[in-house]
Design a protein around this ligand. Structure first.
Ligand code: ADP
Length: 604
């Protein structure tokens, strides 16, 4: 739909299997759904898929488009890769920090190593072994999982991960639970992590009992499993009906237990940062991707959090009231985090350049009568040439419909007169002018043979840099060069390829363009990395992973040691990295009303 001002709403594209909630939230926000049959191939702003994108989706992306997955995150989202990557990081940075994932073996490859570990436990415990959990590497939602103690119970017919089973979980009223923490990686380069304040606590629906290892309702916390259990709808002591709490409710539980919240949340925060650091340096730069991960964290009775897995497409279905509270807000805040303007000027001008340029200044190329016709000029351009002279109802400039002339040959149209050539060129090259009104959508396919040559990098950046602020970056040279183009050519915006855009700037992000820092809070998303000046610097250009890991370690140590040293720390405040000289006034993720990092040192 095109409104009276000639502006088009933002458009989302959903792949089969994408969550219905995404559609609902975006429609509520005034977005329009992409319709493949009626819309131009690239005429969308956000493409959401539950599964992975093809590499061509990344290669052909336009500056105004965003995808909901970064490429190559499988390094943490597949169970076997996650285990391997964390082992590698433990080897490099030591087990003081990288100690949050239960020991895991990839079978059949690691079978011998697993047997050694298995026997070691048996010997150490006087013949009684540890508990293990076996999970198919390729499955999710609890499918194919079982727990065993005796090696004769280990049977598998596909690659699996066998992991130490955390047999002493923290229980609430006797029920096991885990935390689903939502994490948005806005960018891997520079690494920019936001953690959501709300989240879910997912309970098993039968009391934890090591005597019944094959009772999945007692040992697994997946809702997909538990909703088929006999006690799912029963009102369970303190837990209530169903199998979920919000993280807010869990915070109350922590407070009632007298638990040191800051240290607790910081440990989870560390798990998330350190896990993402394992893949961040190896990922291609893809500035127009964003990713929402679901981190599953299990807490043991010593309050130590363990990472169970990282979900690639965390479930966004609404099974209960906790889901509604958490997931709708989550998606709304995620869209806010993407920093869309109400209207995507970049996309609109992109289309003006692609679709309207040829007919705009080369009338002979305009499609004839019965082929779909697009109106060429934005209203602002019409004003001098048309609006005052022609208030006719038949004129698109005046009423938003097609001009009578455009149904015939374009040469006759006043809009294609030579006095508009300059305007058309400005339009083609990206000006601050208002977008054109098209009265009918047209499926436009850009076949390779018809594709114009991409602009060179400097011009590409120029075109992009005028994206949101509306200033016209056209230079006389560009105009000259453009006016020389042959009939039938048009300007295609350059695709954003990782290797082309090594720059640490996002084309649409004013803040980063101004070389300032990412916002420390967007809705309930809290920026957790970078979290100080040092990590900000370490994340720019090429990620300095060593410095990043050291800073995480330092922050945690400061937080732990600040207890009992409050007076001393006040004096040191101005000198440390979290003091007043920081450009980045980071917030501490976790508590209901997040404090700034510097405040946290006085609150523990
Ligand atoms: P899936 O991708 O199939 O959900 P997970 O690794 O998340 O696989 O495991 C499913 C559930 O099994 C978890 O939610 C948790 O309740 C339980 N679980 C998984 N690994 C462990 C473990 N090492 N110790 C204790 N419980 C575990």
């Amino acid at each position: 739909m095109v409104d009276v001002c000639g502006t088009k709403p933002l458009v989302f594209r959903l792949h089969e299997g994408a969550p219905e909630l995404v559609r609902q939230v975006l429609l509520e926000r005034g977005w329009e759904e992409f319709e493949g049959q009626q819309q131009d191939e690239g005429d969308w702003n956000l493409y959401w898929r539950a599964s992975a994108f093809r590499s061509s989706d990344y290669e052909n992306i336009m500056p105004w488009q965003r995808l909901n997955h970064h490429p190559k995150t499988v390094g943490i989202t597949r169970k076997d890769w996650l285990a391997r990557n964390l082992r590698r990081m433990r080897g490099t940075f030591g087990s003081v920090l990288y100690n949050f994932s239960p020991t895991a073996f990839h079978l059949p490859n690691d079978y011998v190593r697993f047997l050694e570990e298995f026997s070691k436990h048996r010997l150490a415990n006087g013949g009684k072994g540890a508990y293990w959990i076996c999970k198919p590497v390729d499955l999710s939602r609890g499918r194919g999982i079982f727990i065993f103690e005796d090696i004769k119970d280990l049977a598998y017919d596909c690659p699996v991960i066998v992991q130490r089973y955390i047999s002493n979980p923290l229980l609430i009223s006797g029920y096991k639970f885990d935390l689903r923490i939502y994490v948005c990686v806005k960018s891997f380069s520079p690494l920019t992590i936001y953690i959501y304040q709300e989240g879910l606590v997912r309970f098993a629906t039968e009391k934890f009992n090591l005597g019944t290892l094959n009772n999945l309702y007692s040992h697994l916390t997946n809702t997909s499993i538990n909703k088929f259990g006999p006690f799912y709808s029963t009102d369970k002591e303190h837990i209530g009906q169903g199998s979920k709490w919000t993280l807010s409710k869990f915070r109350c539980f922590l407070r009632n237990m007298g638990i040191n919240e800051l240290v607790f949340w910081q440990k989870i925060n560390n798990i998330i940062t350190l896990t993402l650091l394992t893949i961040a340096p190896s990922l291609p730069s893809s500035p127009n991707c964003v990713e929402l991960f679901g981190f599953d964290i299990l807490i043991d009775e010593n309050l130590k959090p363990w990472l169970l897995e990282v979900n690639y497409s965390p479930a966004l279905s609404l099974d209960c009231s906790a889901d509604v509270t958490v997931k709708k807000g989550l998606l709304n805040d995620l869209i806010d985090l993407l920093n869309y303007k109400e209207i995507d000027g970049l996309r609109q001008r992109g289309y003006l350049r692609q679709k309207y340029r040829t007919p705009c200044y080369l009338g002979s190329q305009i499609p004839q009568a019965k082929t779909p016709v697009v109106f060429l000029l934005p209203k602002s351009l019409c004003e001098p040439c048309c609006r005052e002279k022609c208030q006719s109802q038949s004129c698109v400039c005046c009423r938003g419909g097609p001009p009578a002339e455009s149904r015939g040959t374009a040469q006759q149209s006043p809009h294609h007169s030579s006095e508009n050539l300059n305007c058309a060129l400005r339009l083609a090259l990206g000006s601050s002018l208002k977008p054109a009104t098209s009265y009918r959508r047209r499926k436009t396919r850009f076949l390779h043979s018809q594709r114009p040559k991409p602009l060179d990098r400097s011009k590409a950046l120029n075109l992009e840099s005028e994206s949101e602020n509306g200033s016209c970056a056209t230079t006389p040279d560009m105009l000259r060069e453009s006016s020389k183009k042959k009939a039938g050519s048009s300007v295609k915006l350059p695709p954003i390829h990782g290797h082309k855009y090594k720059s640490t700037m996002y084309p649409w992000d004013d803040q980063v363009q101004n070389n300032t820092v990412p916002p420390c809070r967007v809705g309930d998303f809290i920026l957790t990395f970078p979290f100080n000046e040092v990590t900000l610097k370490a994340s720019q250009k090429k990620l300095n992973i060593k410095v990043a890991v050291q800073e995480v370690h330092k922050l945690t140590s400061q937080l732990l040691s600040s207890r009992g040293h409050k007076g001393k720390r006040r004096k040191e405040e101005s000198n440390n990295t979290f003091g007043g000289e920081d450009k980045l006034e980071s917030l501490f993720w976790g508590p209901r009303n997040p404090l700034s990092l510097s405040e946290c040192f006085f609150k523990t």
